[in-house]
Design a protein around this ligand. Sequence first.
Ligand code: GLA
Length: 719
Amino acid sequence: MKLLLTILAGITILGTKSTTLVIDARQGNEAQIVYYGSTVCPDDINGLAAAGYRGNSLYPAFGLKGADETAISVVQPDGSLTLDLKVSEVITEKWEGGQTVTVISKDPVYPISVKNVFKSYYEQDIIETWAEIGNEGRKPVTLTKYFSGHMPVHTGNVWLSSIYGTWANEGRVCQEPLTRGIKLIKNLDGVRNSHTAHAEAMISLDGKPQENSGRVIGLALEWGGNYELRFQTDDSDYHHVLAGICPENAPYTLAKGEIFTTPALAYSFSQEGLSGISRNFHKWGRKYRLAHGDRERKVLLNSWEGVYFNINEAGMDQMMGDIASMGGELFVMDDGWFGEKYPRKDDTTSLGDWKVDREKLPGGIASLVQMADRHGIRFGIWIEPEMTNSVSELYEAHPDWVLKAPGRDNVYGRGGTQLVLDMSNPAVQDFVFGVVDNLMTENPSIDYIKWDSNMNIRAYGSQYLKNQAHLEIEYWRGFAKTCDRIRAKYPDLTIQACASGGGRANWGVLPWFDEFWTSDNTDALQRIHMQWGTSYFFPAIAMAAHISAAPNHTVHRITSIKYRCDVASSGRLGMEIQPKNMTEFEKDFCRRVINDYKSIRPLVQFGDIYRIVSPFDGQGFASMMYVAPEKDKAVYYWWKLANFHDEHFARAVFAGLSPNRQYTIHELNRIDAMPLQCEGKTFSGRFLMENGLDLPKSNYPANREQSDWSSRVLLLTAL
Ligand code: GLA
């Protein structure tokens, strides 16, 4: 690995494989970001000023700079609102994946220091930045804004791609030119921070966003709580991108000697379009962020859409038997299994009472684990440990453990009785740790936990904290501490982050989790859209995608089993269905799909993503693929989005292949009576990428059960 690091008169260069960040941090001056983009050689760096690159404040502070947008603002002990950050030192260090640059700035008048850290991940072309704000004085200082970083982006034909959506409609893509004024993306849920909007965005520098060409900057805030992404376009030649914890209603009092560390903002630059940014984030995420990012995920059946709260031993046994017979490897029992005094029959009671309901499950969890053993699969279980209901033994014993504003009544969520536990309280942290610890101590062979979280912070108040303004931050600190404890004791456990579906798809949360539930909406057509947007920053290995019933339980659409399977098998494949309601044909088909999936699992879960035709572009179909890093194998997905007679589509073109290698085509998940014309034929990667194939517009199943939903999955194997 070649590290590029040269220091020329206060200029610091942080390089990754294909990118360069240039910082001007001359002692006594305000630190500036001069350049971020494709790799620049040292000679050209000396010419940056002559080329018109001018510095922009690296971490703009409020008070002495007029009307500029700022990354940090404070109230000094004497009431002054000013902060002046002047470089005192720059420290550069290597670590095994790259290097770090720490710019230390101090205020010449007030005892405040700020360290802006930049950490490069050389191979993945990612740079993280965060700030460590220190109060070196004797009196408390109030932070009223404390973003993670500032990234100036030169104006031009610059477009923003952001991700939005809510329950059952996650992962929508919004693409728009960055125009004058402020574009503000934020989340104030408190708990589920990838609902409403995502803490990630991409900025295309060469006009309308393209999947596989053009320069793009991608950024992701690694923080599970409230956030802001600000894109300000002012009178200068720059868009100013600022990102961090949302400072609204959260002034932070920095005690004497205290250091506040902001979450990291990760960014990347690529010349290979939006998909290029996705590949960088996926590689980095799998290697450095996601729990067990190098471990294949099991094919599972989750009980939720199959039986909802109607859990019982015989039913669980039947579902386990069915998933095992289809080749699945894990069964997850969802909500509805717990509650002694208040058995959980619906969503109005029992959260917090994590004791098995013996009426439903006389043999307890132990007998379910044994059952799974007998079926040759593993067992997993659902919990929602950060929450309670007012109708629960937990609430009766500890009413002071819920978030509640002093002197005010509870504000309820789901079921009219749900409440959020106060994760800032160490006693609650112990309790939440204990939920997992007790389950695992009693049943050490539980393989998987689905950790849900179905409410936002509504009543803004802690019965534990002295400073109510710290609630948002202390909730997340408490959550992080608890997750650290769980991971220290149970490093091998698989844990899914669910939050009313896809509310916790965020790189700040995933280090403790193996995956997230992408959405409670399992409709294949809508999933194509949701999984598309979610894949901007999150890899398929983390994106739980389940085959479910038709009509779909959320949108009531009827799609074919083939279509549902082809969409789910582009993510972390699972099932969310009552198998006993499936026909023998459907079960048989799923058996084949699961078998085919196992053969492409490394490709889907560790391959490089190339999105090709977007479902948001109105082309009538969407397509994408995963390519093995060695480019010897690839899997291509083609999904038709609607059915009209006499349609004429573009040819199916491929991406990411090696132009000079020959690839043989083989259709997976095949339902058609006749093989495709291209079945078993061989083409060069160049031909496939430049000319592609004409695929039939519909499926023609052997059983003649034609449906208006058509799709293809093709495996490409290099000779
Ligand atoms: C949430 C989750 C679902 C399911 C239910 C159970 O809505 O997103 O997958 O677990 O809770 O109550």
